[in-house]
Design a protein around this ligand. Sequence first.
Ligand SMILES: C[S@@+](CC[C@H](N)C(=O)[O-])C[C@H]1O[C@@H](n2cnc3c(N)ncnc32)[C@H](O)[C@@H]1O
Length: 309
Amino acid sequence: MSRLEISDLITAVDPAGRRLPVSRAEVVERLRAAGDVRAARLVAGLPADPDGVLDPAAVDRLLIGVHTELQRLSEELRIGDRLVQLLGPLFAAIRSTGAAGPYRLVDVGCGLGYLVRRLAATGALGPRVELVGVDLDAALVGEADRLARAERLDCRFVHGDAFALPEAATVYVSTGVLHHFPEPALAAFFRAQGDSPALAFCHYDIAATGLAPVGAWVFHRARMRHPLGRHDGVASARRAHGDETLLRAAAASGMRPLLYEPRRVANPFCTTLRPVLGLRPQLEAPLRRELGRAARRLLGPEQFAAAAR
Ligand SMILES: C[S@@+](CC[C@H](N)C(=O)[O-])C[C@H]1O[C@@H](n2cnc3c(N)ncnc32)[C@H](O)[C@@H]1O
């Protein structure tokens, strides 16, 4: 089966986040060439103008609908709680080093902003943490902003490139973004964070276990209504980067690369998303202290290699 995600192909933006026209026939051909006839048929049924350019408003509605279903799935899998189990101790560790606040968390590729809105609603990271979601997709980030305003949440959403913000992040985070980058682009993604003044990054993505595609199929089949969501859910599990790849790419940042709950340390039946971290050296010991017993699940390259033996 193809590893292409339909949602990556039906929308395009330039580096400044400006919308580009997308030819329906070209997307259909790309999917056919990859052997994904079902996805090609799905795209062929999407509305387009007389020149065959996909209708941007229809694409936006579709992607907002699919991401809304995805948020529901994240709620059921208690993804928010899992993120806080690590982000809470990470911010406590940053405070303990005396780093001057306020601190800024930037969610790269925030989509509908579920993580940022949840952190704002729960106050889980404590006081003086500015919460910012950034996405290149104007429709998704616009909807994130609308939802945050409706709930009167203290957070902010920005349309554009997360690495071109006027103010630097203290911590970069993301959920479900890493598998969208091929390996060379992944190293560049981490390097941009290492070159910034950020103290840490913590990026969650689908754990690349043998069970992931089957698990994704079951959950997306059961909980997602739109065939695009079902298709892309399984494709993303198939594209997920392995632990070794993530550690190697994260090392390109020049920060200390770590994996939390990698393969062999975590139960593959329970792990859906797991993060790769990069830390400035002074943060590793305080983070381990804050994690307590859970620190044994935090592995650097040498501990990861030892666990593999
Ligand atoms: C699959 S979505 C993930 C959405 C969201 N995090 C979630 O869990 O539902 C990936 C998003 O990353 C965005 N993206 C990728 N690189 C980015 C960057 N450098 N700055 C801002 N957004 C970015 C894309 O526009 C896309 O909407």
